[in-house]
Design a protein around this ligand. Structure first.
Ligand code: THU
Length: 134
């Protein structure tokens, strides 16, 4: 996939800015995500916590679900921003894998600095995918 440094930074900045809307009264750990579809649209997401803790939703999944709910299921790249460059959780890796193992994942810190770039298949080797159900 062709992605320029400028495009990387744009996605990282959007994810970082989105963090201001993260709803994190319990962890105080705001996460922002931005995802670019193959059609060129961009969706952002933030983590949304809940007093009943397990009902919290991660930023990556919010961004993916926003896109899917608008008919977009083909993704090129997703950026994830946390204060300390945290990595996507296992549940989010699984949800990413549903829509393609080649999607590029950019992991950045709160300064907007890219810390790691890898594919979903690198993040989740031996993934269980829709192909297993065919
Ligand atoms: N979180 C995400 O939003 N994405 C991840 O991939 C890891 C964890 C959120 C969930 C919770 O609101 C906070 O970070 C601390 O776990």
């Amino acid at each position: 996939m062709n992605i320029t440094n400028e495009e990387r930074q744009t996605l990282i900045n959007l994810a970082n800015e989105a963090r201001q809307h993260a709803y994190v009264p319990y962890s105080n750990y705001p996460v922002g995500a931005s995802i670019r579809t193959k059609s060129g649209r961009i969706y952002t997401g933030v983590n949304i916590e809940n007093a009943a803790y397990p009902h919290t939703m991660c930023a990556e999944r919010v961004a993916i679900f926003k896109a899917v709910s608008e008919g977009e299921t083909e993704f090129e790249v997703i950026a994830v921003v946390t204060n300390n460059g945290g990595s996507p959780c296992g549940g989010c890796r699984q949800v990413m894998s549903e829509f393609g193992l080649d999607t590029v994942v950019l992991i950045a810190d709160g300064e907007g600095k890219l810390q790691k770039e890898l594919t979903v298949s690198e993040l989740l080797p031996e993934a269980f995918t829709p192909a297993h159900l065919l």
